[in-house]
Design a protein around this ligand. Structure first.
Ligand code: G6P
Length: 620
């Protein structure tokens, strides 16, 4: 939840640091602070409890001058949200300043050891040991890289740091040990941040630090070193194609609504990056497996968590239909304990089995563990990921980026569309490689894909029907979502969206399963959202709806715009364009997302930051 920003260059640091911190506000925090140093190493610090504007007011009335600095938004873990516990923290002599994300597990014993040496602590935080350790190490060796490496040797935990030392005023140091940290390259200035979003308005040339790396930022350049060996590392500079608007809500009241509206553009970007509609062909530049290798694939395991798992369930149906390869889908937390292939210590034995990992963040611990497990079992892994250069990407053999741009709202929307869009194109690609899809069929499919964004925009242009349904059901305590075929994962995802942001207990079911238990819960207080778009199981879902209706349940149907039949059974009909079945998940997602959104707004909940949830879950 905490955020880090660092700057060194020719401009005043303080305004850039507070601007960067403002882009990280969406993560939640309870205090903020910055430290700024001038060329002579004269450093000063300002911190304030509460919103960033409190810090800003204080800086407006008494500005801090200097062209290097570090800033932080803190979400209290060790010690209450107070000014004294806010970051930056400095050593007892005021020489070393540190901002820190993550946790120092053994801080208590380090603190005892430092106290025994006479160091006085001001705060209750785990962080404060760090500037003191670095100060002590620097005093011994008078060399900042060596001092930081030696100070961190005995430190356990997952963390990211930005550090300044008054004796080395031309340098800001950034350290990554599990918690994410990126470097932004400018002209005569450089940045670091816990999230590229923070610095996107200043630069899009980004270096993603790996675990166990530290970067020395100076105005004129950046050097990256291995924390353990001290060896210099060559790093790839990535040019992010994200818009600087990604970190702003624009005219929308919430990031979630903004991101829902960005979904047609995500589909267009996927086509632009991977497909040539005119020629009827698809290419994935970073897929990491040759056509020959993919031709040999007979079995696929998809593994992912949360919304990404739902995208995987859609992917299974697509790949089995268009690519004719059988697919298993697991949540990553289960997949990694399955015995899907013998352990080979990484030697490739099973070349006809492919693992696909799906993740927006590319950092989800369970999914990453699933990738590592698959590699240990000698299986090839392709990841479908949104965040460039993330841990899952690096652990996989190849990647298909979902090009959704940064997703800020915790409830995933556009990343999901990016995932199912990428999986759609992958299934066509596999179908073509396996000789099932010829040029003409490919061309037709891609042309249809290209039409979907316009149809999505039509739904988004008028959501008054969805708002009416929300007004009718916003006080419900429970809800069911049912679907068949492609409608089944869409139902699971619809239920997840509702429970995540409105805190209504919602369950998604394969509609055929309703009568095997859940139907016992149907009464007049139970709204049921039925995905009843046209397809092979359409008649069956109508029967399931009648089963609900016969027991007094209230029905909201998501149905094609030409469907007159469905209105006989449903209390509300949310219309979507009539499409070939395999395209329905794209349009069905929108009313599901918007229904959850409007209900959460009516219930006056924090849509973008629902309680107890995190955007990126890096614990197993
Ligand atoms: C968290 C998020 C979900 C997300 C899931 C998987 O639970 O709140 O929105 O679907 O993690 O995240 P990933 O980044 O791997 O897609």
């Amino acid at each position: 939840m905490c955020g880090i920003v660092g700057y060194i260059g020719t401009q005043q640091a303080a305004p850039l640091l507070t601007l960067g911190l403002s882009k990280l506000e969406y993560r939640g925090y309870d205090s903020a602070g910055i430290a700024v140093a001038d060329a002579a190493g004269e450093a000063s610090m300002r911190r304030a409890v509460g919103k960033l504007r409190n810090l800003q007011h204080s800086l407006d009335s008494a500005p801090l001058a200097g062209r290097a600095g570090i800033g932080h938004t803190r979400w209290a873990t060790h010690g209450a949200p107070s000014e004294i516990n806010s970051h930056p923290h400095r050593d007892a002599t005021g020489t070393v300043f540190v901002v820190h994300n993550g946790i120092i597990e053994n801080y208590a014993e380090i603190r005892v050891e430092l106290e025994a040496q006479g160091v006085e602590f001001r705060s209750q935080t785990d962080t404060e040991v760090l500037p003191n350790l670095i100060k002590r190490a620097y005093d011994e060796c008078q060399n900042l890289p060596r001092a930081i490496r030696s100070a961190l040797q005995g430190v356990r935990g997952a963390y990211a740091l930005a550090v300044m030392h008054s004796a080395v005023p031309d340098t800001v140091v950034a350290v990554r040990q599990t918690s994410p940290l990126v470097i932004g390259l400018g002209e005569g200035e450089n940045f670091c941040a816990s999230d590229a979003l923070a610095i996107l308005s200043e630069t899009r040339r980004i270096i993603f630090l790996d675990n166990g790396e530290m970067a020395f930022l100076r105005a004129e350049g950046v050097e990256v070193f291995d924390l353990e060996s001290g060896a210099r590392r060559q790093k790839e500079v990535q040019q992010l194609d994200w818009s600087a608007d990604s970190a702003n809500k624009g005219d929308f009241p919430h990031f979630m609504l903004k991101e829902v509206h960005e979904q047609p553009a995500v589909m267009e970007r996927l086509l632009h990056h991977y497909a040539d509609e005119e020629k009827g062909c698809i290419a994935f530049p970073h897929i990491g497996l040759s056509r020959e290798e993919l031709r040999g694939v007979r079995r696929i395991f998809i593994q992912a968590c949360g919304t990404s798992w739902h995208a995987g369930l859609v992917g299974k149906l697509l790949i089995e239909r268009l690519g004719l390869i059988s697919v298993d889908v697991d949540t990553s937390s289960e997949f990694r304990y399955r015995n899907v292939a013998p352990h080979t210590g990484g030697a490739i034995l099973d070349s006809d089995t492919l693992v696909i990992a799906i993740s927006q963040s590319g950092e989800t611990a369970d999914t990453l563990a699933g990738v590592q497990e698959a590699k240990e079992r000698g299986l090839k892994v392709i990841s479908v990921v949104n965040m460039p250069a993330s841990s899952i990407v690096r652990a996989s053999d190849g990647v298909i980026y979902t090009h959704a741009g940064p997703e800020v709202s915790v409830a995933s929307t556009k990343a999901y569309i990016g995932q199912i869009g990428a999986l759609y194109l992958l299934s066509l690609y596999l179908g073509e490689i396996h000789g099932l899809i010829d040029r003409a069929r490919m061309k037709r499919r891609l042309e249809k894909f290209a039409e979907v964004p316009r149809l999505m925009r039509e739904i988004l242009a008028d959501d008054s029907g969805i708002q009416r349904a929300a007004q009718r059901f916003w006080l419900a305590e429970h809800a069911f979502f049912i679907g068949r075929g492609y409608g089944q994962p869409s139902a699971l995802e619809g239920a997840l969206k509702l429970k995540e942001i409105s805190y209504i207990h919602a369950e998604g079911y394969a509609a055929g399963e309703l009568k095997h238990g859940p139907i016992a819960l149907i009464d007049e207080k139970m709204p049921v959202v039925a995905i009843a778009t046209q397809g092979v199981t359409y008649e069956k879902i109508l029967s399931n709806m009648q089963e609900v209706r016969a027991r007094g349940g209230k029905l909201i149907a998501v149905a094609g715009e030409d469907d007159e039949e469905v209105g006989k059974y449903a209390d509300f009909v949310l219309r979507v364009p009539e499409l070939t079945e395999s395209f329905t998940p794209f349009v069905v997602a929108l009313p599901m997302q918007l229904l959850a959104y409007h209900i959460a707004v009516l219930r006056d909940y924090d849509v973008d930051m629902p309680r107890n949830l995190a955007k990126s879950v890096t614990v197993e």
